[in-house]
Ligand binder design. Structure first.
Ligand code: ADP
Ligand code: MG
Length: 405
């Protein structure tokens, strides 16, 4: 039998991990990165690109580059909100009401599962290369609020990628597993997950290996990308004022602005000031123009006040729905790359008076939990029993009572 891995198939990034010698290990991709952008593209030559290479052409070749496809998994076209239809590529409704993603370059269409399968395939191939033995099975994580159709679509994506999907695991459950929170007596956990484009809060009850999702809340249109956009606009507005050119109108410039903004944002999680240099960002009759500036963390935080404000109410909502107050929370777990921002951590501390668990990298913690679950299933990890329960009260479409994963 081949190896069973854990995969966090994220909206923005995906991560693959495996148990090795009883310990979870995150596998870096061939570009040396431990997270792989969940982006699939087709180049002008018709070559399939997955990850960083695809992401790099997203603004330049928008019609053939697919990001955030997770939003379409297991959904009917009619269910989509106007915001989630607003993407740079073309989606359409097929004869049966399903979502199809157009690929003008190949003159064909893909189902969301097929695009997700390309990401899973790339990850499984990287893992096979690393392990030197084939990866045949996977535990794949999904948001706790995913309904049956969305979970089934995730299983189908795995199958299309040639993987046996051993289990579909809730992301907050995986994160809690990574911290070993299942090994203690009954407790209530709040998982705060701010990724690239989505925000999820979950309240879980863990008792004797049974994980029960008590409540979920969030904002499907809020994530790290919005923080990047604040910097993009700040840079572009400054440039507009000085040079009377709107860099956002030129695709090449916009792509560079977006990459520089994300880089600056990430740097400001570690240091308090960062330089942004974009030589030859555009040209006029007077010659080439350069963008050179400096952003201070406190300035960045000022730009993002409204975003931080929007993180509050889902936390309160999830607590209220679980009939709890912040004092009832025993542990807080930070998930998602965007929780590395000091302003986000500070907000969490102000809402729940507990030092959050953040020893495991927030963008890897879900994949690590999935790998542990894979280890439980293959009996590499013993002495844990795990039951992941979502009650019907969450309003999920389930058949025949409780959803057990
Ligand atoms: P998702 O779960 O949505 O797939 P991730 O958990 O990987 O995504 O989060 C991706 C987001 O995290 C991106 O917006 C990225 O810029 C952001 N991010 C990653 N590292 C940092 C950091 N050190 N500081 C701030 N943001 C970060
Ligand atoms: Mg995630």
């Amino acid at each position: 039998m081949g190896k069973v891995v854990g995969i966090d198939l994220g909206t923005t990034n995906s991560v693959i991990a495996v148990m090795e010698g009883g310990k979870p290990v995150v596998i870096a991709n061939s570009e040396g990165m431990r997270t792989t952008p969940s982006v699939v593209g087709f180049s002008n030559d018709g070559e399939q690109l997955v990850g960083q290479m695809a992401r790099r052409q997203s603004v330049l070749n928008p019609q053939n580059t697919y990001s955030a496809v997770k939003r379409y998994m297991g959904r009917r076209y009619a269910e989509l909100s106007p915001e989630s239809k607003r993407v740079p590529y073309t989606i359409r409704k097929d004869e049966s009401g399903n979502i199809k993603i157009k690929c003008p370059r190949l003159r064909k269409e893909f189902a969301p599962e097929e695009v997700s399968a390309m990401i899973l395939r790339k990850l499984a191939e990287e893992a096979t290369r690393y392990l030197g033995e084939p990866v045949t099975g996977a535990v794949i994580t999904v948001p706790a609020y995913f309904n049956d159709a969305q979970r089934q679509a995730t299983r189908d994506a795995g199958r299309i990628a040639g993987l046996e999907v051993m289990r579909v695991l809730n992301e907050p459950t995986a994160a809690s597993l990574a911290y070993g929170l299942d090994r203690r007596e009954q407790q209530t956990i709040l998982v705060f997950d701010l990724g690239g484009g989505t925000f999820d809060v979950s309240v879980l009850d863990i008792d004797d290996g049974v994980f029960e999702v008590k409540a979920t809340a969030g904002d499907t249109q809020l994530g790290g990308n919005d923080f990047d956009k604040k910097i993009v606009d700040w840079l572009a507005d400054q440039f507009l004022e000085k040079e009377s050119i709107d860099l956002r109108r030129d695709r090449q410039s916009l792509q560079r602005l977006m990459e520089a903004a994300e880089k600056a944002k990430i740097e400001l999680s570690g240091v308090t000031v960062t330089d942004i240099n974009l030589p030859f960002i555009t040209a006029t009759e007077d010659g080439p123009k350069h963008l050179e500036t400096r952003l201070v963390r406190s300035q960045f935080e000022d730009l993002c006040r409204d975003l931080i404000g929007r993180l509050r109410s889902p936390v309160k909502q999830a607590l209220a729905d679980a009939n709890l107050t912040s004092r009832d929370i025993d542990e807080v777990v930070l998930v998602g790359g965007s929780t590395r921002m000091p302003m986000v951590k500070q907000l969490v501390r102000s809402l729940i008076d507990r030092e959050p668990n953040e020893n495991v990298n927030p963008d890897e913690v879900v994949a690590v939990g999935a790998a542990i679950q894979a280890g439980i299933l293959t009996q590499e990890v013993r002495d844990i029993m795990l039951l992941d329960v979502i009650p019907l009260s969450l309003g999920l479409e389930t058949i025949g009572g409780v959803t057990k994963n």
